[in-house]
Design a binder for this molecule. Sequence first.
Ligand code: IPM
Ligand code: MN
Length: 352
Amino acid sequence: MSKTYNIAVIPGDGTGPEVVDEGIKVLNAISENNDFKLNLTYYDFGGDRYLKTGEVLPESAVDDLRGHDAIYLGAIGHPDVKPGILEKGILLKLRFELDQYINLRPVKLYPGIECPLKGKGPEHIDFVVVRENTEGLYAGAGGVLKKGTPDEVSVQESINTRKGVERCIRYAYEYCKNRNKDNKLTLCGKTNVLTFAFDLWERAFNEVGKEYPGIKTDYAHVDAITMWFVKNPEWFDVIVTDNMFGDIITDLGAMIQGGMGIAAGGNINPEGVSMFEPIGGSAPKYKGQNVINPLAAICAGGLMLESLGEVESGKTIEEAVMKVTANDIKSLAAGKMGHSTTEVGDLVVKNL
Ligand code: IPM
Ligand code: MN
């Protein structure tokens, strides 16, 4: 009997639905070649629904989603909705409520892709960032006093719990061990200034490290790491960091792997329901034109299969994407691929 996975699909805003369509095309094709089925349930969460109903997420959403094996997300963000409402009300809410405490972001330069770094090729850029995904500055702790007056005070606190930090660090060690590339884990922090938060991170990093004698450890300040990403990206294997730093350095990571058109990530609860997404936004100016690059969403589908245990199928998707970047596609930029969105999806299917 073949396995069936129940997948919640949230196409979302802007170009989200277009890239999700291509991702689903690829996922359906690979499931036909293999012994598993995907049972898809679509949810209309996003800006249009919010503008129509005034509701960001229905009451039942989190529990509904909890009943699935994984969530496949397009993009959240709408030009007619004030920034923050949908991001916090949908994306961050789901990350927090489903306790997706890891944000896993591979940074890998595929063949045939032009890298903005001079002299760097696929052999230099292949690392993974493990970003803590439920705490830090994203926890929403803080407040405002005397708003709008000259005496206004605004406080935004970074929350770091021993439990939250430790489970993230342990995941990173475990991931690094299983990846078995350079067996090197780098902690990215700011121990010279954030002497409370990163003291906790550093102690947890060193203590958990004792359980992994086969993993070499390293440390880099976040400002320095942005420099090394540009100068010596080949130094990195797996990097672990907090929520805010992880957010920032993975946009830089996306650029050195060829841009938002290719960068995928997973919001992972290793004991629960995880959510996979292209990390670029909703790109409203390209909406509906069949020009957006679907490869990031397709790669996110591959990560989803790997996390569901269909590791071979996930790898097959990545290999097909690598053939397409090497042989077929002119550029990763929207409108410059030499193919439409739907054609790129077809090319990946052909290469499976
Ligand atoms: C990301 C995004 C989100 C984040 C935004 C949209 C809230 O930038 O997934 O990196 O900051 O985490
Ligand atoms: Mn981001």
